[in-house]
Design a protein around this ligand. Structure first.
Ligand code: 5AD
Ligand code: SF4
Length: 468
């Protein structure tokens, strides 16, 4: 058993990343006829990890179920980015404990970013002994062995900061139209509020040759869209000798002729002119950039360790819009960072007014154990923070609506992804700028990119009809 240690995770060793080619012929069908329930919280990285976990469970013979009570194994893939994640974990564990009373053989597993937190793992050991296995973000490849080797005690396998790159991973992809492709793991930015560099370890880029091979295979399998995934995609390759830049990688991926290429998440500090040129040059690189601002106040940005000022961010924004006027830009913003003043908050509103984002994810600062910001003194009360969040959301929603209204009566290409969950008579898809469109016809067009006439716009979606 190896426990995670946040202090240890802060130290980056000089150990070179190992590239390990997994043997995929895992054929131990020990659980045929048994069912798995997998619940994933958090970011796209976690969602994609969930696709690997599902594949590993199925290699053991498990089949999926959406009903917790029917499960023979429950895996909870956790997120640690904000504190409310803890409530979700412990709430969920209550349900698992109850399910285990009715099914003594039920296996309960906890993984994901919270499994990389020392205090969480200690609490699982001390207070939740009915949890059978715990594995971290670096140990997913060990899942089958962890399940097979547990012996009436918790089987815990978590590493803190080291991480390798595993190739030949099998995924049970959620979609056969669009796919996530990891290009990089971990993060070395250490923004002062963020737990990710601790839970996911140092930045490790995959080799470009492997990434291209994966995308080429996806094209062969009929996929229309790939999203290149990393905590900080524009720093791609900086941890390797003689590797491509992110712009070059984007270009190489675009040249595979996949219909659509997307990427998340970009850090403004690493965003180069070369990237802007490449995105503008290729029709199959989507004109959509998620560009986290976090705060509009240069003073707070400095405390956050973001490495750019308000002015530098606005300059980058202007450069992108100059090269691609129709590029959609979305963002992440944190309000209530320790000792954020009204003046600081006004600076954030000012940037929102200048950038008029297509949409934004907004958060109240949540102190994360082990991060520098969690130790900063903070005198701002929660009511003020909540009021700021509300004011910010109101402003952002007004810009989202205005941006969406510009689409009314336009004809835009949409990749149709499936039947709408809310209305079975409709299908849904996304524009190249990542706007969700609900469409009244087109059940026979799933998986295709078709021209859609936009008929109405709301803050979070568009309505449309396929142009025959
Ligand atoms: N508190 C609040 N929001 C956070 N984020 C990351 N860490 C924290 C935190 N401690 C937000 C950032 C990031 C997004 C994924 O989550 O805005 O971009
Ligand atoms: Fe966290 Fe900053 Fe890394 Fe993003 S860039 S994952 S916010 S440390």
């Amino acid at each position: 058993m190896k426990l995670p240690n946040l202090n240890e995770a802060r130290k980056r060793t000089n150990k070179e990343t190992e590239y390990i080619y997994l043997n995929q012929n895992y054929d131990k069908k020990a659980f045929v006829g048994e069912k798995y329930f997998l619940k994933t919280y958090g970011c796209q990285m976690n969602v994609h990890d969930g696709e690997e976990i599902a594949s590993r469970l199925e290699s053991l013979g498990f089949t999926p179920t959406d009903t917790l009570e029917q499960a023979d194994i429950i895996i909870l893939n956790t997120c640690a980015i904000r504190e409310n994640a803890h409530d979700k974990l412990y709430g969920f564990l209550g349900r698992c404990k109850h399910a285990k009373k009715n099914n003594k053989n039920l296996i309960i597993g906890i993984c994901g970013c919270m499994a990389q937190e020392e205090s969480v793992v200690k609490e699982l050991i001390a207070k939740h002994p009915y949890v059978d296995i715990v594995f971290g973000t670096h140990n997913i490849h060990e899942l089958q062995d962890l399940i097979l080797n547990r012996k009436n005690k918790q089987n815990i396998e978590v590493y803190s900061c080291e991480g390798n790159v595993y190739e030949n991973i099998s995924y049970k992809r959620d979609s056969n139209i669009k796919a996530w492709v990891n290009i990089q793991y971990g993060c070395d930015k250490f923004c002062t509020y963020c737990i990710v560099p601790y839970t996911r370890g140092k930045q490790r880029s995959r080799k470009s040759s492997e990434i291209i091979k994966e995308v080429e295979q996806l094209v062969k399998n009929g996929y229309q869209e790939v999203t290149l995934l990393g905590q900080n995609v524009n720093a791609y390759g900086k941890d390797l000798k003689d590797e491509m830049s992110f712009a070059q990688l984007l270009e190489a991926v675009a040249k595979t002729n996949i219909a659509r290429v997307r990427f998340v998440t970009s850090h403004p500090w690493d965003f180069t002119d070369e990237m802007i040129e490449t995105i503008a040059k290729y029709d199959n690189i989507m004109p959509y950039i998620h560009l986290p601002l976090q705060s509009g106040s240069s003073r707070i940005l400095k405390l956050m360790g973001r490495r750019y000022t308000k002015e530098e961010y606005l300059n980058l924004y202007a450069k992108i819009k100059k090269a691609m006027p129709n590029c959609a830009i979305t963002t992440d913003i944190i309000v209530g960072f320790p000792n954020e003043t009204d003046e600081d908050f006004k600076e954030t509103l000012d940037v929102v007014n200048k950038c008029q984002y297509d949409s934004a994810f907004t958060f109240i600062f949540s102190p994360r154990e082990g991060t520098p910001a969690a130790k900063m003194e903070d005198e701002t009360d929660m009511t003020t923070k909540e009021e700021r969040l509300q004011e910010l959301n109101k402003l952002i929603n007004s810009y989202s609506l205005a941006a969406n209204k510009k689409y009314i009566d336009k004809i835009v290409p949409v990749l149709i992804e499936g039947i709408s969950e809310k209305d079975k008579n409709k299908v849904f898809g996304y524009t190249d700028t990542m706007k969700l469109v609900n469409i009244t016809n087109g059940q026979d067009k799933i998986g295709q990119i078709v021209n859609v006439k936009i008929t109405d716009a709301k803050s979070f979606s568009l309505d449309g009809i396929i142009e025959e």
